[in-house]
Design a protein around this ligand. Structure first.
Ligand code: MLT
Length: 404
């Protein structure tokens, strides 16, 4: 028998959202009539923007004719989409070349795969609670060490966020190499100001670290002074990689498209001291392991940058943020302790009477038929919280708040 990658054996149970799906499926099987409302995984419910549908239909027609048929595309994405994204960044004052943007099948894949280009010796810092992909993929790569009884990993550096620090992570006390930041935050729905984010950029510069900035939820920002991109801080061009997604922004959770931005100025070194552009390494990695996002999907994604596409996306976001407002205000009115939901589609709620996250999850599922995400699934500091997604329908959101 061959040996497996032992790091996989260190991972506890199943992936968070798989575990939730199992529990919900078991409950529904036993209670087929139960009117279950899903506010767990951040999955969208409204259809794709009409502009994307039309662009994809046109792309399908192109595939039907020899003259316009497309086979393998460029692994890093078609120029038409990379250029449209660069033009969009430019409007917010961020100058990027199209070849600094890599199209993919979603930012979950990119956040997980990016670890391929870093040494397994890199010291990793992340917030707690945190999107579990950052943790689990570092466990798989062997960077996380061992799982401790308190739910933390021995080699990861945790930056706890809670109401006590206003959900603003403190800088790591020890020197780290990679820092994962996700703002607007998954799971808490909270944000950093530009000045608060700049503290991390300054740290990265001073310590030769790299920030992996997940801005999958930037389209949901409603307040001023909340940065949409880490590259709004000019110094970040040397020390940050940014991940973005069409999933929540334009309803592509099932259609799959995202992108990663790696400026040519972001560099690191090999163990022999040679300095390399991370952009080049990522291109090498993608060309070897990835065959590109389908042409049809990329056409659909590019359509969100047309005037009609922009307007349709705005409507989608406004609808979901309307749900977030209903969730936030209903729970506050009912006397719960609640955060987020203003610049992101998630609401972070303290469980009543300090119940454990899973106990309250089970209670809500069985007694109220509402699916949430237990906060502890995002890390030990999430214990005593649940996360509610506002990406469902308006009717279900209102019905669920009534049940609360
Ligand atoms: C979430 O619910 O945290 C997200 O939908 C998961 C994801 O984007 O992979």
């Amino acid at each position: 028998m061959i040996n497996v990658n032992d790091n996989f054996l260190k991972l506890p149970g199943s992936y968070l959202f798989t575990e939730i799906a199992h529990r919900v499926a078991a409950y529904k099987e036993a209670n087929p009539q139960a009117p279950v409302i899903k506010m767990g995984i951040g999955d969208v419910t409204l259809p794709l923007p009409a502009a994307s549908i039309m662009a994809m239909q046109k792309a399908i027609s192109e595939m039907a004719h020899k003259e316009s048929f497309r086979g393998y595309g460029p692994e890093q994405g078609y120029d038409f989409l990379r250029e449209a994204i660069a033009a969009e960044y430019k409007q917010t004052g961020v100058d990027l070349a199209a070849d600094e943007i890599f199209i993919s099948d979603g930012s979950k894949s990119d956040c997980g795969n990016i670890g391929d280009i870093f040494s397994t010796n890199c010291k990793v810092a992340l917030t707690d609670p945190v999107y579990p992909v950052y943790v689990d993929t570092n466990v798989m790569a062997g960077r996380a060490g061992e799982l401790l009884p308190n739910g933390q990993w021995s080699n990861l550096v945790y930056m706890p966020v809670s109401a006590k620090n206003g959900f603003v992570p403190e800088l790591p006390k020890e020197k780290v190499d990679l820092i994962y930041l996700c703002f607007p935050n998954n799971p808490t729905g909270t944000t950093l100001t530009k000045d608060q984010l700049k503290v991390f950029v300054d740290y990265a510069h001073k310590n030769g670290a790299l920030i992996l900035f997940d801005s999958a939820y930037e389209a949901f920002i409603t307040e001023k002074d909340v940065p949409h991109s880490i590259f709004e801080i000019p110094e970040a061009r040397d020390c940050a990689i940014e991940f973005r997604s069409f999933s929540k922004t334009a309803g592509f959770t099932g259609t799959r498209c995202g992108y990663t931005v790696i400026p040519h100025t972001v560099k690191a070194k090999g163990s022999d001291g040679q300095v390399v552009e991370l952009n080049k390494l990522w291109l090498r990695r993608q060309c070897t392991k990835f065959n590109g996002t389908p042409y049809i999907v990329q056409r659909g994604a590019a359509a969100i940058y047309t005037p009609e596409g922009k307007q349709q996306v705005r409507q989608l976001i406004d609808y979901y943020m309307g749900n977030a407002k209903i969730i936030r205000e209903s729970l506050l009115k009912a006397g719960f302790e609640v955060y987020g939901g203003v610049n992101g589609p998630y609401v972070w709620m303290a469980t009543p009477n300090a119940q454990s996250s899973w106990d309250f999850f089970d209670y809500l599922l069985k007694e109220k038929n509402i699916v949430t995400t237990p906060g502890v699934g995002f890390g030990p500091s999430g214990e005593g919280f649940i996360r509610l997604s506002s990406l469902g329908s308006r009717e279900n959101t209102i019905e669920a708040m009534g049940r609360f």
